[in-house]
Design a protein around this ligand. Sequence first.
Ligand SMILES: NC(=O)c1ccc[n+]([C@@H]2O[C@H](COP(=O)([O-])OP(=O)(O)OC[C@H]3O[C@@H](n4cnc5c(N)ncnc54)[C@H](OP(=O)(O)O)[C@@H]3O)[C@@H](O)[C@H]2O)c1
Length: 339
Amino acid sequence: MSTTQKIDPSRIPSRTLNSGDKMPAIGLGTFGSDHVTNETVAAAVKTAIEIGYRHIDCASVYGNEVEIGATLKETISSGLASREELWITSKLWNDKHAEEDVIASCKKSLADLQLDHLDLYLVHWPFPNFHAKGCDVSSRSPDAKPYIHENFMKTWRKMEKLVELGLVKNIGTSNMTKAKLELVLADAAIKPAINEMELHPHFQQAELYDYVVSQGIQPVGFCPIGSPARPERDKSSDDTVDTEDPVLQEIAAKHGLHPATLCVKWAEQRGQIPIPFSTNPRNMYANLESLTIEKLTVAEMEAISQIDQNCRLIKGQVFLWKDEQTWEDLWDLDGTIAQ
Ligand SMILES: NC(=O)c1ccc[n+]([C@@H]2O[C@H](COP(=O)([O-])OP(=O)(O)OC[C@H]3O[C@@H](n4cnc5c(N)ncnc54)[C@H](OP(=O)(O)O)[C@@H]3O)[C@@H](O)[C@H]2O)c1
């Protein structure tokens, strides 16, 4: 795959993290939603770097770090981008929270990605829980547990150790709530540099977003386009579709953008780092280019802030630990951590 349309990476904004590191303000997602092959995702990573992306959002659970690693090796050895120019994130999966598993899991991702360090390593979810890849949302692990802060901190200490060992430059959280983050911030020796969270115009999470920013943590927004190709198991009948929103469609038309691209542009202008997935070079280019064109007006940003539907798409049902629970129990809606 190759493309002639490129953007000089120096034109892409970056965000300075609480560690002082600068992180590119857009990344390429690499979760192929279970229907795109690992080879296709790895080829998309190469195309993205050719186009001008310098930040790739990986995770061990996506099952494609070996293929992405081969791409990264080729990218670096061919001189397309140096290791220093690239920002590579990976994530600790839920069945590897045990103290003895954290460093080994990170080393496995490093070996698969053919890297000697990661720029960012995240605890993917705050729940320790094994469930088979691709399992139905009704599937429950007999060993599933609620968030137990003492246990999470044991995992976090090992995340901190990874920084000390030089294997990881920054550590962060994902799928957290304000209630859980408050506890972590009180006890962490190294504060999370970022929190990766679902963020798109129909799910803006204003309260959590504002809290994260107020604590000096950079939000990274996943499913920035509303994940239109997410697996069937993650769809429910009352989910809304961001790209069909008339307000977004009207603003997109004014700027000559696809509504999907507007979602990405809005995200970066609001302040989160969007990580859109794409295997289509035209879409990858449009998403990257959107950060370099004229800004949305204050009135347009205000109009988009009003279309939030509080529509969480990645509900996390497989993490539930009791039969009578609903997915809302995972998200501490009343400010207390369900046990
Ligand atoms: N931390 C977590 O727990 C978590 C959870 C979910 C996701 N993530 C991360 O977030 C990334 C993004 O989320 P996602 O993949 O679910 O959804 P998404 O980025 O919101 O949507 C991706 C879809 O949008 C389409 N698209 C992209 N750009 C477009 C454009 N300019 N015009 C039209 N369509 C466009 C893509 O199709 P084409 O391929 O045809 O362009 C793809 O089907 C994931 O890949 C993963 O890295 C993290």
